[in-house]
Design a protein around this ligand. Structure first.
Ligand code: PLP
Length: 411
């Protein structure tokens, strides 16, 4: 049996423990939802205050030059690139993940014009599928859906596929696809690949260059902690830069935006993936948030992430075996991201009862209790206390109350 003291000892020996102090969390909060909205880095409020009061309030429009606003996307891109195994000039930060997916899919479709099929997975995140449906309609493509398993995807890759769109770490189960293997097979059959790194970037090791990935997108407000609605990133491998064309041909992606000429002429490299004026307050929040990763070795982070998740599963096995929970995530940490999902028919109410106790996870249809373990601020003792709290909620039927059973708008 794992004791609470064992967990405290693990925290004392944890090489990443000091990073928790770089975040501000409410007193007593155990936050297991960094996979949906990352916690706030402690230095953000002062930085946002400076951006608003000094750079905007005093600097006004001069800040485009004086505060270097025009260079912000490039600066942030370099910070993101290190976390995903890309070169700085293969990444840019702009818009939302949904919008970047739109650009990525359209770009890929244009790079492979003789093929007519988008291959994707049934359990992909809805916005990814909705965007693919919009692109399919616009480009006259067909979507082929397969089960969300590596085997099903590999089997479906044939020479009809124009592009494959997959989410690297599944948002519901946390299962990880073998990126290099699937990318290689896609290339073998002449297809391009677009990976969504929403649940990967900042949480698991990603090496886009080593896997020779064509395009990727990812989220700024989950494990990158950029704040609600923070901009997203898009990656395109250097070898496609000459030929790539994206459909949102706005002025910030123009070769010479301040010459105000009649015709659109795409900028060189990833600047081309920009569209309009970036949301600078949000951008600069993400820029500052990424500094939390300074000095973090992604391999160390991954090791701790796997250990937290393994500990959670072990404690669930020990303490919750009589309450009909299922495990929706892989048991093998090698193929599991930084989250563990349980199933239970009262999943929604149990999550609400946990939130009332100051432990935040979330619920995903139809019956999934989702717990994200962000290695930079979650402690081993938090894992212990969470499973202990679930056990108490179950033994006392604490979940069975009207205020926990009624669904809110955001689950
Ligand atoms: C969170 C998430 C998104 C979010 O897209 P937005 O445009 O930021 O709303 C997209 N795809 C996946 C796989 C996600 O997990």
């Amino acid at each position: 049996m794992v004791t609470r003291q064992d967990c405290i000892t693990l925290d004392e020996r944890d090489g990443l423990a000091e990073y928790r102090h770089k975040f501000t969390l409410p007193e007593g909060e155990i936050y297991l939802d960094g996979n949906s909205l990352g916690a706030m880095p402690s230095h953000l409020p002062a930085r946002i205050q400076e951006v608003v009061v000094k750079e905007w309030g005093n600097g006004l429009i001069r800040s485009w030059n004086d505060a270097g606003w025009i260079h912000v996307p490039k600066r942030i891109s370099a910070k993101v690139a290190r976390l995903i195994g890309a070169n700085a000039d293969e990444v840019t930060v702009a818009d939302s993940t949904s919008v970047n997916l739109y650009k990525a899919l359209a770009t890929a479709a244009r790079l492979n014009p003789d093929r007519k099929v988008i291959l994707t997975e049934l359990d992909n995140f809805p916005t990814d599928l909705y965007i693919a449906q919009g692109i399919a309609e616009l480009f006259g493509l067909e979507i082929r859906y397969v089960e969300s398993t590596p085997e099903a995807v590999l089997a479906a890759l044939d020479d009809s596929i124009c592009l494959t769109m997959l989410t690297h770490v599944n948002y519901r189960t946390g299962a990880i696809y073998p990126m290099a293997e699937i990318t290689a097979k896609a290339h073998q059959v002449g297809a391009l690949i677009v990976w969504d790194l929403a649940h990967s970037a900042g949480a698991v090791e990603v090496d886009l260059n080593a896997a020779e990935v064509d395009l990727a997108v990812g989220c700024g407000y989950k494990y990158l902690n950029g704040g609600p609605g923070a901009p997203s990133f898009i990656y395109v491998a250097k070898r496609h830069h000459q030929q790539m064309r994206q459909p949102l041909s706005g002025w910030h992606g123009h070769a010479k935006p301040f010459e105000f000429v009649l015709d659109y002429q795409p900028a060189d490299g990833m600047d081309r993936m920009q569209c309009g004026t970036p949301p600078l307050i949000s951008m600069l929040g993400l820029d500052a948030a990424l500094d939390v990763f300074d000095g973090v070795d992604m391999h160390d982070l991954r090791i701790k992430s796997m250990a937290l998740c393994d500990l959670f599963i072990k404690l669930v096995d020990e303490k919750l075996s009589e309450y009909d929970f299922g495990l929706a995530s892989p048991r093998d940490s090698a193929v599991r991201g930084s989250q563990v999902s349980l199933t239970h028919k009262q999943g929604y109410a149990i999550v609400q009862a946990l939130i009332a106790r100051g432990i935040t996870g979330d619920f995903r249809m139809p019956n999934i209790l989702r717990f994200g373990f962000t290695p930079l601020y979650v402690r081993y003792v938090d894992v212990y206390d969470t499973v202990q709290a679930i056990a108490e909620i179950m033994v006392k039927d604490e979940w069975n109350q009207a205020q926990f059973l009624t669904k809110k708008a955001v689950t």
